[in-house]
Write a protein that binds this ligand. Structure first.
Ligand SMILES: NC(=O)c1ccc[n+]([C@@H]2O[C@H](COP(=O)([O-])OP(=O)(O)OC[C@H]3O[C@@H](n4cnc5c(N)ncnc54)[C@H](OP(=O)(O)O)[C@@H]3O)[C@@H](O)[C@H]2O)c1
Length: 246
């Protein structure tokens, strides 16, 4: 196992109270980073070492900048941001309300844009270097009926990743996205047996993903091993999207 050492790095993880976000936060701690564990209504993991938690509604205009400010107040630097927080409700296009559409775009796209912007302002001002990882989804590439606004939001995030990589590269900021496939959570096989069964039929590696599968990709992308990687979308789905679509 290759060990990546991120000692002295400060990493903001949004949505650290969620299934994947808590795994990402703990994995960065394991790599030696000081982690700013953002949460909204839920409870993030208990920070170890010199990590901290910060609460914010990222859909409020100032929420993302406040998270960066809280990190700077504590550590004086931020080296990486993982834009992981998101919502994933179901709704068909025909009957979708404006509120459902707006809430999806506000949370999954606009909040990530503002967070990346606030982080980039810090890096440019500090003449430092940094890394952004946006957690997208394979649904941003291959959308699912009944989940269209989510797929649109993740497609937008993949494109935002590329544009930010183009614009921020000159300032020493790398920007990448990670697109997970279906990630296991407690009782998913009881709550959604047909979804799990469908996934297993198509999965070359024969299992669902884990938060750690996603977290390892994030740690790699924030490390010096990924120093020449920017503007890419790393699919972490056990090979499911390699299948022919016809
Ligand atoms: N689970 C999967 O199979 C899967 C697959 C592909 C991609 N993804 C992506 O992976 C990421 C994490 O997914 P997950 O399954 O771990 O989701 P989750 O358990 O539902 O966690 C979502 C997180 O987003 C936060 N959040 C939601 N609305 C927010 C707001 N307005 N302001 C601030 N924070 C907010 C939540 O905070 P609180 O709980 O504190 O309120 C929570 O920490 C998402 O980007 C998702 O789209 C997931």
């Amino acid at each position: 196992m290759i060990e990546i050492n991120l000692a002295q790095r400060v990493v903001v993880v949004t949505g650290a109270s969620g299934t994947i976000g808590s795994g990402i936060a703990k994995r960065f701690e394991e790599a030696g980073a000081q982690v700013v564990m953002h949460h909204h209504r839920g409870t993030p993991p208990t920070p170890s070492g010199n990590s901290m938690t910060v609460q914010a509604d990222l859909t409020s205009t100032k929420g993302p900048a406040q998270v960066i400010e809280a990190a700077l107040a504590r550590y004086g630097r931020v080296d990486a941001v993982i834009n992981n927080a998101a919502i994933q409700p179901l709704a068909g296009l025909l009957d979708m309300t404006d509120e459902q559409w707006d809430s999806m775009i506000d949370t999954n796209v606009t909040a990530c844009h503002r967070m990346s912007q606030a982080f980039a302002h810090h890096i440019v001002g500090a003449k430092s270097e940094g890394s952004i990882v946006n957690i997208a989804s394979i649904e941003g590439i291959a959308p699912v009926a009944g989940h269209g606004h989510y797929g649109v939001s993740k497609a937008a995030l993949i494109t935002h990743t590329k544009v930010a990589a183009l614009e921020f590269g000159a300032f020493g900021i790398r920007v990448n996205s990670v697109s997970p496939g279906l990630i296991a959570r407690t009782d998913i096989d009881k709550e959604w047996p047909e979804g799990v069964a469908r996934w297993m039929e198509k999965a070359p590696l024969g299992r669902l993903g884990t938060p750690r599968d996603v977290a390892d990709a994030c740690v790699f992308l924030c490390s010096d091993m990924a120093r020449w990687i920017t503007g890419t979308n790393l699919v972490v789905d056990g090979g499911v999207s390699a299948r022919p679509t016809w």
